[in-house]
Design a protein around this ligand. Structure first.
Ligand code: GTP
Length: 377
């Protein structure tokens, strides 16, 4: 047997490098308002990661409505390995009568992070790059038990082309097991019919256990989750995270109650590396290719052509057109209202003037009568 040359030691070297450097993981949550996004993050990391109050006043105030894009940073350390965690909590949308483009800031934020990273890469020194590219986006679906709303479809379509999209059914404790099964199956059909790109854990065929786990994760999508910041004693000495109701307790980490453990495993145990790599290789690479290509062909003519050829640009252009038409219509309406107000005000003044003139006439008449009487005397 010839002497081994040592290349089999490479994985160990790689292990040492990765352990030393740690990793950065950025998780985003999005979805309609009040679906428990912030609560879920706190539940996932078993801490009050997202809290509006300072440490001193924690627990005194309930979670506030998220109104801007909030970025929380934390360092998780386990067995000498450090994860630099960024959590991006986005404002819930869907509260308004018209929700057109209410999700636009989230999409812009995602694109901007790719753009920032690209610009840093193009600098002569690239030592410490700021990187907030989201590796996964949990999209919270309202547990209506019916179907996905058009707003959900629209936003999920846009998110899916930019980030590893993981749909989750919020507040799973509000649906019965049968309702949940039906709801999941309807959502899966819509995702397929609408061609929404969602993250799918890779089936590693050479490792049967891992493949089985990945299959289970895929079958559980969209994950039904329960969030809670309360610890409840279910039996003497057995304290769990859950929600207490008059009829019983729902446990966050009970597989019979929800898919929390499966989702946590996907995010933090089995698929974190895949989420990081696919962000780099799939989402960032497509953004980079598109951006550099369009920068190169900077001429207006060419970019116009590309816009019409590229459905993404066409979609954005149509959305912009729609937005501006809406704005113009609103202005016209405001102007007409203003004109109407002027006419009403003019009529009111004319009316007042006529009243005053008739008063003057009456007074003049009185004066005349009084002067006649005075003359007679
Ligand atoms: P925005 O910041 O407005 O987007 O809200 P959010 O999605 O971050 O929701 P938040 O975490 O603030 O929770 C809203 C309410 O839902 C709170 O009263 C939570 O206690 C409650 N809640 C959170 N998770 C669950 C859950 O799994 N089940 C039930 N029943 N209620 C939940």
């Amino acid at each position: 047997m010839p002497e081994p040359i040592g290349i089999s030691n490479l994985p160990n070297q790689r292990y040492k490098i990765v352990s030393r450097e740690g990793a950065t993981f950025t998780l985003m949550v999005a979805g309609e308002s009040g679906l428990g996004k912030s609560t879920f993050i706190n539940t996932l990391f078993e801490s009050d990661l997202i809290y509006p109050e300072s440490n001193a006043t924690r627990h005194k105030a309930p979670l506030q409505k998220t109104v801007g894009i909030d970025i929380t940073r934390a360092e998780l350390r386990e067995k000498n390995f450090t994860i630099r965690l960024n959590v991006i909590d986005t404002p819930g949308f869907g509260d308004n009568v018209s929700n057109n483009n209410s999700w636009q800031p989230i999409i812009e934020f995602l694109d901007e992070q790719h753009n920032l990273y690209l610009r840093q890469e193009q600098q002569p020194t690239r030592a410490s790059k700021k990187d907030l590219r989201a590796h996964a986006c949990l999209y919270f679906i309202r547990p209506t038990g019916h179907t996905l709303k058009p707003l959900d479809v629209e936003v999920m379509k846009k998110l899916g082309t930019r980030v590893n999209l993981i749909p989750v059914i919020a507040k799973a404790d509000t649906l019965s097991p049968n309702e949940m099964l039906e709801f999941k199956s309807r959502i899966r059909s819509i995702i397929e019919a609408q061609d929404i790109r969602i993250y799918s854990p890779p089936l590693e065929l050479e490792d049967q256990a891992a493949a089985e786990h990945a299959k289970q994760l895929i079958e559980s999508m969209p994950f039904a989750v329960i969030g809670s910041e309360d610890s409840i004693e279910v039996s003497p000495g057995n304290i769990v995270r859950g929600r207490q109701y008059p009829w019983g307790i729902v446990e966050v980490e009970n597989d019979q109650h929800c898919d929390f453990r499966k989702l946590r495993s996907l995010l933090l145990r089995t698929n974190m590396l895949d989420l990081i790599l696919s962000t780099e290789e799939l989402h960032y690479e497509s953004y980079r290719a598109l951006k550099l290509q369009s920068d190169e062909n900077g001429k207006a003519e060419t970019s116009d052509l590309k816009r019409t050829a590229n459905p993404k640009f066409l979609e954005e252009e149509n959305a912009l057109k729609l937005y501006f038409t809406g704005q113009v219509k609103a202005e016209e309406q405001r102007f007409r209202q203003w004109e109407q107000n002027i006419v009403t005000e003019k009529n009111r003044l004319n009316h007042d003037l006529e009243g005053l003139q008739s008063e003057i006439r009456k007074l003049e008449e009185n004066i005349r009568v009084l002067s006649i009487k005075k003359g007679v005397k």
